[in-house]
Design a protein. Structure first.
Length: 212
């Protein structure tokens, strides 16, 4: 199979305007991935599937990732003049990374027996810019998995043939896999309450009783 650098170069040559980055991976696997811009994602997906050398005909896994707003501190060296003499000092600066949601696709070629190639799409933020193109029209196996990501993370897949909740029930609020999700205090409205759920509902009811 071609290297990620070769695939990136061929995609960029085939699809003018496509913006692709190689994302490093600091885990022991070191498995890198491609970050695609959403505007060209459908065209890139078709190329990855239809190019005879790549032949990625199977999306084996589609997952969501939540990246909340984070502030990191980094130490940098700066030079300053002190009494006419330039000296080097160490300062701590804060860097803010805006929050966003991400969907990750794992591709294989069943015919050519190679893979995986992993690529990512990112939303504009976690609030009102959460739309990404559905790739179900390219890989049919992505249909239920994109629905799961929609259900648990709140990413809206434009062009999906049947985008609706798949694990949570209709009317459920919020997205349970987001990192800032907070369990509701009262679970009595759950369709099938049991065990810990019933116990929490009782505690909630007791707390709501008027004090005499």
């Amino acid at each position: 199979m071609e290297t990620l650098e070769q695939i990136k170069a061929r995609v960029e040559a085939a699809i003018p305007g496509a913006q692709i980055e190689i994302v490093a991976n600091d885990s022991p696997s070191g498995q890198r991935s491609l970050l695609l811009d959403p505007a060209h994602a459908l065209a890139v997906a078709l190329f990855l599937r239809d190019d005879p050398q790549l032949d990625f005909d199977f999306a084996s896994n589609v997952t969501g990732v939540d990246w909340p707003l984070t502030v990191t501190k980094e130490k940098i060296k700066v030079k300053k003049l002190m009494e006419g003499v330039e000296k080097e000092f160490e300062e701590t600066v804060e860097r803010t990374r805006g929050g966003y949601l991400e969907v990750v696709y794992h591709l294989y070629s069943m015919r050519s027996k190679h893979g995986p190639v992993i690529f990512r799409l990112r939303t504009g933020n976690r609030a009102d810019q959460v739309h990404l193109p559905s790739l179900t029209p390219v890989w049919r196996g992505a249909e239920f998995q994109e629905r799961e990501v929609f259900d648990l993370y709140g990413i809206v897949f434009d062009g999906h043939p049947d985008l609706r909740r798949i694990l949570m029930w209709d009317g459920f609020q919020d997205f349970p896999m987001r990192k800032d999700y907070v369990d509701p205090d009262d679970f009595e409205w759950e369709p099938t309450p049991h065990d810990e759920v019933l116990e929490r509902a009782k505690q909630h009811a007791t707390a709501q009783e008027p004090k005499s």
